[in-house]
Design a protein around this ligand. Structure first.
Ligand SMILES: Nc1nc2c([nH]c(=O)n2[C@H]2C[C@H](O)[C@@H](COP(=O)(O)OP(=O)(O)OP(=O)(O)O)O2)c(=O)[nH]1
Length: 159
């Protein structure tokens, strides 16, 4: 006799921000070390969190960044994920929408959910222990940030 099919559970939407020092000319990405739950504590991630019932993803993202880091941001483009709707898979319970972002008010502090923040240079993105689901996101970010128009050497650098 075959075992019963597992009961499917809805996949919950999470929003995350790839906060950079400068959207036009990014040189550093903000990473945050989680404090909970214990299975994920110590892992580095993009700040953000779950979209609550009745919230839009963008409202949720701004709320999470205010609560977790104490900052207001301006958003850049999406970091397109491989799933329908451009989301990134986070295990089988969550999926995440990610935007580039730049701080316009406040200085990021680990107020809630994190115990350390670190600005990583584009050559240092692999220097922290990212949560497993974040590894492909960070890989995409690395090429995306290097390819931002402002990061190309200007003609003066060839002079
Ligand atoms: N915010 C965020 N969550 C991530 C990332 N990578 C990853 O696997 N996750 C997982 C961890 C959690 O299981 C889930 C997001 O939940 P969360 O704990 O950040 O959400 P939240 O701030 O709304 O937390 P809570 O109020 O429900 O406690 O997604 C990431 O880069 N950023």
């Amino acid at each position: 006799m075959s075992s019963p099919a597992p009961i499917p559970h809805p996949v919950r939407l999470v929003v995350g921000a790839a906060v950079v020092d400068d959207l036009e000319r990014p040189t550093r990405l903000l990473s945050a070390r989680r404090t909970e739950p214990s299975a994920l504590a110590g892992g580095w991630e993009l700040p953000g969190g779950k979209v609550d019932d009745g919230e839009s993803p963008l409202f949720a993202l701004h709320r999470e960044l205010r609560e977790e880091l104490g900052v207001t941001v301006r958003l850049g483009p999406h970091v397109p994920g491989p799933q329908p709707g451009s989301t990134w898979p986070l295990g089988d319970r969550y999926e995440m929408l990610v935007w580039l972002a730049e701080v316009v008010e406040g200085t990021p502090e680990p107020i809630e959910d994190h115990d350390e923040l670190r600005w990583l240079g584009l050559d240092e993105l692999g220097s922290v222990g990212w949560l497993p689901a974040d590894l492909p996101i960070v890989e995409t970010l690395e090429s995306m940030l290097r390819d931002r128009p402002g990061t190309h050497p200007g003609p003066e650098r060839h002079a």
